[in-house]
Design a protein around this ligand. Structure first.
Ligand code: SF4
Ligand code: SF4
Length: 204
């Protein structure tokens, strides 16, 4: 059966000229296959500090941070039940930025790692540098990079780079992550950084 998400190919020249603008904005989303569909390997990857657990939904901004703050994971469970939002893994990010009237998280310029359990990452979708970015590019070989980073087609600048067949890819991604919700939730509870959660009055 053809793989809906695909594999893509590296285009070093284009990305080198660009300087990795996409990596300066956010990390790449993974597919479960990046960890051999193995929850133990997912946990191991999270413990390297290079990846974080986030929320993935069909639209970039489907998750309302205020509702998450008030109701924690119950909201996510509800959305999950409706088939709209799942927990997923992406490469970890530096810096934090939350909506202006949100109470906390504003570390731009400090190069601080966001938490491993980063359920608000969808709301900080710019100025969040991927922790795997080095002055020479991504720390990972192309074949080891999160799959969504591998299928992004480079066109010299961030605005024109694109994921082919994006809607189908996003739907497939939701489908692929859905069975890992409970396993990732368990890991999230174990790895949750209480100091971040306390400051944002958030619980899982
Ligand atoms: S994929 Fe696009 S934005 Fe990212 S480094 Fe390559 S050219 Fe730049
Ligand atoms: S994993 Fe690599 S390619 Fe993806 S955002 Fe991070 S540095 Fe860029």
């Amino acid at each position: 059966m053809p793989d809906v998400i695909g594999y893509g190919c590296e285009q070093k020249n284009i990305c080198a000229q660009c300087g990795g603008k996409c990596c300066l904005q956010r990390g790449c989303t993974c597919v479960p296959g990046d960890f051999d569909n193995d929850i133990k390997k997912m946990k191991k990857a999270l413990l390297t500090g290079n990846f974080s657990i986030g929320i993935f939904g069909p639209e970039d901004r489907i998750v309302n941070p205020y509702l998450i703050t008030e109701r924690g994971i119950t909201l996510n469970r509800q959305l999950f039940k409706d088939g709209q939002v799942v927990l997923s893994i992406a490469s970890r990010e530096l810096n934090a930025r939350i909506l202006d009237d949100y109470k906390t998280w504003f570390f731009l310029g400090e190069q601080k790692l966001r938490p491993i359990v980063d359920l608000l990452r969808q709301e900080a979708d710019s100025d969040c540098i991927c922790a795997l970015l080095t002055p020479k590019g991504c720390k990972l070989d192309f074949s080891k990079r999160p799959r969504l980073g591998r299928i992004l087609v480079p066109v010299f600048d961030r605005e024109n780079c694109y994921i082919p067949n994006r809607k189908a890819v996003m739907e497939e991604l939701l489908k692929q992550w859905a069975p890992y919700f409970e396993g990732l939730l368990e890991i999230a509870r174990e790895l949750e950084d209480k100091s971040w959660d306390k400051s944002r009055n958030f619980y899982i």
